[in-house]
Ligand binder design. Structure first.
Ligand SMILES: Nc1ncnc2c1ncn2[C@@H]1O[C@H](COP(=O)(O)OP(=O)(O)O)[C@@H](O)[C@H]1O
Ligand SMILES: [Mg+2]
Length: 265
């Protein structure tokens, strides 16, 4: 059963670099006809170079952006052009976690308030109990509810970001470059945590990264984006064993190998 079914998705944005004297800025097509599915319970990697359209795709999936063409179905509902009131009850079910937890967490709020905020927004009951459970899930002590974001390490802040998303008990989480700013050992801890949460909570996860070694660890399947198009969509181990697209081979070649004697199959 597919949680997401995406057909011929296109998305255009106003070109911010153009400054027309009259009328609206011209639109540039960022996503160019993407078709793929995300089965329930899957961990799908979305990889590609800078500017390939990964974040735009992510924002379209959680309807922070409205597509210009094609369709996005979420658990059977066509959400492509769904207006905000109709989207509201669905928003609890698809959550996004961002790269920089410092800029996405309100610095003046304590961790407990930060995690509670979306719960209150969605009118959920038993907010304190849900906050406590979320902290527990991400391996932070309950005392952290009283701390401020600046009192936490990068890895701990990212755990708060994850706690805030899972507190709503979503079906789907989109993680956009969430370990990019972390050192290698914090990266490994956050990846372990995500793996455990996917298994324990039955989450479906789309994990955006420009780092193929991270994708290789976490994702069963990988979608490679290049200039707003899908150039590969295959099981991750097949992709690493025999990349089909020239672009994917270039991406793989760019990964620094831990052991210089080691080569990709
Ligand atoms: N708000 C915007 N207006 C115009 N162009 C944008 C906007 N956001 C992103 N872009 C352009 O869309 C392309 C894809 O961006 P993005 O989805 O952020 O790529 P990625 O996350 O893979 O680095 C880039 O060329 C970028 O310059
Ligand atoms: Mg991005």
């Amino acid at each position: 059963m597919d949680l997401y079914s995406i057909e011929n998705l296109t998305l255009s944005l106003a070109d911010m670099t153009a400054k027309p004297l009259f009328g609206a800025a011209p639109r540039i097509e960022i996503l160019k006809g993407l078709t793929f599915t995300i089965p329930k319970g899957a961990v799908v990697g979305i990889v590609g170079g800078s500017g390939s359209g990964k974040s735009t795709l992510g924002r379209a999936l959680v309807r922070l952006l409205e597509p210009s063409g094609g369709s996005i179905r979420f658990d059977g509902t066509d959400i492509t052009h769904l207006p905000e009131p109709a989207l509201r009850p669905l928003r609890r079910r698809f959550q996004m976690i961002f790269q920089d937890p410092m800029s996405s967490l309100n610095p003046r709020h304590r961790v407990g308030t930060i995690i509670a905020e979306p719960l209150r927004l969605h009118g959920m009951e038993a907010v304190p109990a849900r906050v406590a459970r979320a902290l527990d899930h991400v391996g932070l002590p309950q005392s952290f509810a009283a701390r401020f974001p600046h009192e936490l390490s990068g890895g701990q802040r990212q755990r708060v970001g994850i706690a805030r998303a899972i507190a709503l008990e979503p079906d789907f989480i989109l993680a956009d470059e969430i370990v990019s700013g972390l050192d290698v050992s914090s990266q490994a801890q956050v990846l372990n945590l995500l793996e455990r949460l996917v298994a324990d909570l039955g989450l479906t996860l789309a994990f955006i990264s420009h780092d193929l070694s991270v994708i290789r660890r976490l994702c069963q399947r990988t979608i490679v984006l290049h200039q707003g198009q899908i150039v590969e969509d295959r099981p991750t181990k097949d992709l690493f064993a025999a990349p089909q697209a020239t672009y994917t081979r270039d991406l793989l070649d760019a990964i620094p190998l831990p052991d210089p004697a080691q080569a990709w199959g």
